[in-house]
Design a protein around this ligand. Structure first.
Ligand SMILES: Nc1nc2c(ncn2[C@@H]2O[C@H](COP(=O)(O)OP(=O)(O)OP(=O)(O)O)[C@@H](O)[C@H]2O)c(=O)[nH]1
Ligand SMILES: [Mg+2]
Length: 237
């Protein structure tokens, strides 16, 4: 299952993996995917189902609706167990702002600790960044926002926006023992339980906290001279 913020590259990953150009991929700043979409394919003889989801921070769908769509799909497929969870992140994003941080926390609650070893933190947009910046950024993420997940067995993957790279990642997951998500355990096959799940409760944590966090990180970035093009007070023009 592919999850993560809107525009991070989930649908284009699916298209690349199956060798299809352009379906369900957005080329503007508007969110594209609005439904859960399962795509069957064969990777080096192994049958794989790729489950694409609408990204969090969607332009038209609330994060709670997205969580409900995911929950509905899991209930409808009678508690299907997953071999892997790909969490997409643009390496070109300078820092994890409040919304991205919240997405990540909701994702962690959706998975639960036992599924952490099935998570691949998949970084995209490597062609959009300077190589040194990308590597340093990845290291920073591994040491900060992603640290707890990595300690519980999550891996990172540098996705290079090619079919070979997509298939390389999927091959790593093909033999995995399937895992039950915390969301599935908590709902117990009843979609009405969604609001009681840890993921939904995490979503309802107050917005004020996010804004404060955003301001704090923006201030930190302002004082940094390392990547001036990412400073909020410096335009790209
Ligand atoms: N340069 C570059 N562009 C990419 C890469 N991955 C995805 N994109 C582009 O980023 C845009 C958004 O990609 P999508 O695949 O639609 O993103 P998504 O995560 O499915 O977004 P939602 O459906 O809104 O959740 C598209 O224009 C893609 O072609 C990458 O590695 N490099
Ligand atoms: Mg999409």
């Amino acid at each position: 299952m592919l999850l993560g913020p809107t525009g991070a590259g989930k649908s284009s990953f699916v298209n690349k993996a199956i060798g299809n150009e352009g379906d369900d991929v957005e080329h503007s700043l508007i969110s594209c995917t609005s439904k859960i979409k399962a795509t069957r394919c064969t990777i080096e003889g192994s049958r794989v189902v790729l489950v694409d989801t609408p990204g969090f921070n969607h332009t038209n769908i609330s994060d709670l609706e997205i969580l409900k769509l995911i929950a509905d799909w899991l209930v409808k497929t009678k508690g299907k167990l997953l071999s892997g969870l790909l969490y997409f992140h643009r390496i070109s994003d300078d820092f994890i702002n409040g919304s991205l941080s919240k997405n990540l926390r909701v994702f962690q609650k959706l998975c639960g600790d036992n599924a952490m070893s099935h998570v691949v933190l998949t970084t995209t947009m490597w062609d959009e960044v300077d190589e040194t910046f990308g590597k340093e950024r990845l290291e920073e993420l591994r040491e900060s926002d992603w640290r707890a997940m990595i300690e519980r067995g999550s891996r990172t993957f540098r996705y290079l926006n090619t079919q070979e790279s997509a298939q390389e990642l999927l091959l790593q997951l093909v033999g995995n023992k399937r895992c039950k998500l915390q969301l599935q355990k908590e709902m117990g096959g009843n979609r009405m339980q969604i609001l009681k799940t840890s993921a939904a409760r995490e979503l309802r944590s107050p917005l004020g906290h996010i804004q404060q966090y955003d301001r704090y990180r923006a201030q930190q970035t302002q004082t940094s001279t390392k990547y001036p093009w990412n400073r909020p007070d410096v335009s790209n023009a």
